[in-house]
Design a binder for this molecule. Sequence first.
Ligand code: COI
Length: 366
Amino acid sequence: MALEFTVTERPDRVSDEDRAAILANPGFGNHFTDHMVRITWDSEAGWHDAEVGAYRPFQLDPAAAVLHYAQEIFEGMKAYRHADGSVWTFRPEANAARFARSATRLALPVLPEEDFIQSLKEIVALDKVWVPDAANGGEESLYLRPYMFASEAFLGVRPAKQVTYSVIASPAGAYFGGGGVKPVDLWISTDYARAGEGGTGGAKCGGNYASSLAGQLEGIAQGCQQAVFLDSSTHTYIEELGGMNLFLVYQDGRIVTPELTGTILEGVTRSSILSLAKDLGLSPEERRIPIQEWKDAAASGELSEVFACGTAAVVTPVGELRWDGGSCDHRREGHVDEVATKIRSTLLDIQYGRVEDTHGWLTQLA
Ligand code: COI
């Protein structure tokens, strides 16, 4: 049976003036709305005490299992305001299904899809004024962050018997700041892997992001913004960036992304791009991609574009690829990221209701 939410609207909301100042330049992940969702699970009562109320800190026991053993998962989604003021989200069933798979992998309880989607509707109902108006072709949205963690105070290593689910919301502009769509340069991480076979790489859990940070730091030290991780057993095949999936576009119309091997996140944007690529007359391929193929195809000129994708970053072109002792760049004189730009605008047009949603990907939240 679906959960009933207790709704408590806070009297002390951020003022209209302060909110307008935040929405004028939200950045990414800096500001949070007035409310949040909380639901509790325990091994005896199951899911209960579903509420939407004031955004406030958790009171966590220092022995809460998540702080010690990282039993935690999350999702990343966006709420988009359409021209008529209504608010929509993109493929929430796909996020709910992935959240359930991540929960199973991390030995957390599964939140039913209807409760997951209702929790998004509940927070947006109270915080609709926080959904930016993305007029003038901008990409502002309200980033929704559902997450679940082991809140039981217990230091033995076993699945927690008390768990908290929550949703917070954050008005968001471009993930990579600085205005406009700028290419990111990537560093090939060879000292660090993000995930290994049989591990949690396919789950959206905080631990995967923590394990990507040392590689990212190494990339930053080399003048890049992000690191590209290779498979941990052979250090040969491209996996992902840690927070984004990758696509290589060839001159002959092939658009190739690493196949899902269990160590790569099953990106919702990734799977949507595979569908859109067909609509755009491209030939999508999912397969293992040796990192050497990227270097060779960039050198021969066969590679026309590389881009990264994810909910937060949408579609971001990749500039240079660097590694210990070398670098390559597929961009020639007068280069334009034609396919990345087309896919990005097609995706945004669907998300903002500017074109017909022929795939049935949108769900109205408010
Ligand atoms: C997203 O694209 O939503 C992500 O989860 C990536 C990152 C912000 C963690």
